[in-house]
Design a protein around this ligand. Structure first.
Ligand code: A2P
Length: 333
């Protein structure tokens, strides 16, 4: 079986470091690995599978050595600049930033939902936004069985979603220090503002969730709205998802559809205080669903509470799973 040369761009960051753990846990056929970050980190040591590697500064020449697959998580501007250069050299980029997600020539993939889209890539495959990934995994089985009419997202997103700097703001904020990353203190607070504001009053995070949901589920006209909120939690995003389905449903059958879907764990036993929380999902790769109940204010309405580890399934795990599928498809050719 062919072995692959794999590179990590942004290897010192919050998601980059988790790429390492997920790659270590999953046995991908890797022949060589390379680690890139900014000039600030060049020369640092990274240990992968018991071996030490030196972090290199990312430059246009970094990929002149037959690298097959690159996992990018170094921010949108780095992806915008380098992904086409790297793809041009024959390496497939799996990009965790928002830079390429809505480009019609770039597939946007959650392996449990739309793995076949990997096949039409032109050298770049986009990894969706963390809050979108867990949402579409919960929506997909409902879409397949009952059809989706309208979706309302309200999110409770952890500080690690804003990278190291976000994480430090909560850590330091608890000690009484002023924020450096967020525009308001996050300790003891909730901030209804993730990414920048758009002209229509939505934040870019909300627009990402709306547009990415439509693209991944291949429902360009789906009625969907979102309110995204940063909360003082270190790891794990939670989402209230209110769904109007096209068809009537039996609640027990709907729960079974969720249970049967790959990557979902249903935790729903209110009598025993059982429902997912960020601490349930931390360090896990599954999407947890609970509080499943009929919305009696509309026809065919259901409420879900959906929680996942935003750094693992919301970023690193999903990216590595895309790489695994890509390798699987290439091996079939
Ligand atoms: P560095 O640590 O050298 O700054 P996070 O979002 O968790 O802060 O991580 C961002 C990641 O992107 C880090 O690995 C960071 O490396 C990397 N990065 C930032 N700027 C660049 C750049 N100009 N070239 C390559 N990697 C970069």
């Amino acid at each position: 079986m062919k072995k692959f040369k794999i590179a990590i761009v942004g290897a010192t960051g919050m998601v980059g470091r988790t790429f390492l753990s997920v790659l270590e846990e999953r046995n991908l056929p890797i022949s060589e690995v390379f680690f890139f970050a900014s000039s600030k980190s060049a020369g640092k040591t990274i240990t992968f599978k018991g071996k030490n590697y030196t972090v290199e500064e990312l430059t246009e020449k970094s990929f002149d050595r037959g690298i097959d697959i690159a996992l990018f998580s170094a921010g949108g501007s780095i992806s915008l600049k380098y992904a086409p250069v790297v793809a041009e050299k024959g390496c497939i980029v799996i990009d965790n930033s928002s830079a390429w997600r809505m480009d019609p020539k770039v597939p946007l993939v959650v392996p449990e939902v739309n793995p076949e889209d990997i096949k039409w890539n032109n050298g770049i495959i986009a990894n969706p936004n963390c809050s979108t990934i867990q949402a579409v995994i919960a929506l997909r089985p409902l879409q397949l069985k009952y059809g989706l009419k309208r979706v309302i997202y309200s999110t409770y997103q952890s500080v690690s979603g804003a990278g190291m700097a976000g994480f430090k703001d909560l850590e330091n904020g608890i000690k009484g220090e002023a924020p450096a990353k967020f525009v308001h203190p996050i300790a003891g607070n909730c901030i209804p503002h993730i990414d920048v504001f758009m002209d229509n009053g939505y934040t870019k995070e909300e627009v990402k969730m709306i547009e990415e949901t439509r693209k991944i589920l291949n429902l360009p006209n789906l009625k969907v709205t979102a309110t995204t909120v940063r909360v003082p939690v270190f790891y794990g995003h939670s989402e209230s998802i209110n769904v109007e389905l096209e068809k009537p449903f039996d609640l027990d059958e709907l729960k079974q559809e969720l249970k049967n879907f790959p990557g979902i764990v249903v935790l729903d036993d209110p009598a025993n205080n059982l429902y997912p929380m960020p601490i349930t999902a931390a360090g896990r790769d599954e999407v947890f669903v609970g509080r499943i109940r009929r919305d009696e204010s509309v026809d065919n309405g259901v409420n879900l509470w959906v929680v996942a580890d935003n750094i693992r399934k919301g970023a690193a795990t999903n990216t590595v799973q895309i790489a695994q599928k890509l390798i699987e498809f290439q091996s079939e050719e």
